[in-house]
Design a protein. Sequence first.
Length: 411
Amino acid sequence: MIDLEFLRTQPAVAEALIAKKEPRFDTARLITLDQQVRAIRAEVEQLRQQKNEYAKQGAQAVTAQLRELSQETGKKLAEREKELEQTEHAFKTLYLSCPNLPEADLPEGGKEANKPVKVVGQKPVFDFQVKNHVELGTNLGWLNFEAATMIAGSNFALYKKDAAALIYALGMMMLKNNLAHGYEMIVPPALVNEKSLEVASNFPKFKDQVYAVPNDHLFLTPTAEVDLANLYRDAILATDQLPIRMTAWTSCFRREAGTYGSAERGLIRIHQFEKVELFVLCEPQNSNDELDRMVACAELILKKLDLHYRISLLAAQDCSFASAKTFDIEVWLPGQKEYYEVSSCSNCTDFQSRRGRIRYKGADDKRTQLVHTLNGSSLALPRLMVALMETYQQADGSIVLPDALREYWLL
């Protein structure tokens, strides 16, 4: 959630920043609802005090006039309390749907305005007809999408042979890399509750994208970010505990309704995928330095695998709902002839910590402050597998993977 005090004291600035991120969001209504909640709440408090005063007077002597005044006040109080409940609900729903404020230096616009800030390597050149990963994986017996569809449904994947070994090798490579960069390894639950998804900013806005387990009021985690964002929920941390850097390897589950296209076959966009996550809690003044550190940690994997990639600063409208600033790491996929995101590293400032009441306090501080949170993929494994398969394919349809993977290979 954004800072209400900022919204109240600088409404024009807040409205302009929100419009830069999400032009259709009704900031004016949010401001109006906030004003209405405060006005009705003040009236309710006044009526409660009046009713209590009548009750005190009635303890001494009850008169017909006093009884009438008390009843009339009670009726007004009930009406205003109902109005307050309805207005608070409307405000909270809209408030939770308000995006984080983008940082001032972000380009304006959507995906077309993203700004490449770094390009590493060259696009590979082939002297034969390039195959995509679906054809390569099917011919080699690495991937079986028909079996996955039979077992689960469309847009799921089943890995076999070297593909199964590759996904584990990549995961172990990433974890070792992240540990060397100071990230603590966490193994979180695969199921999360509604409050956890609200804190991480998935709910209520993206509720339709998450798989539910209704009988238990639980949900399959869409990303380990949800788990890690809640690990210190309601905590007050000491300054010397920060920064807290964490990494986790989990399966992620997303409906991604309406986003599938013919160009995104195979492993490009699937309902269940493996991902190694990076997550940081830190003091506000250090969060952009932590963002740079996170990007450097994630891109090192691509350097070790000698893959061509670029890093882009996302324009305001292309940033995620919770992000104030995001760098995307996009790897080149020869079979698709396009760059695809394999990591999105975001500074969410105090947007999630305000929802989760994650605070810190120095030894000499009188008041607590909200931490800043950051998250990033390190990396999304299926798309990285696509890049490796398509980049390192041979003319005969075989795939010669980089030597950097040898120490992690199980077969």
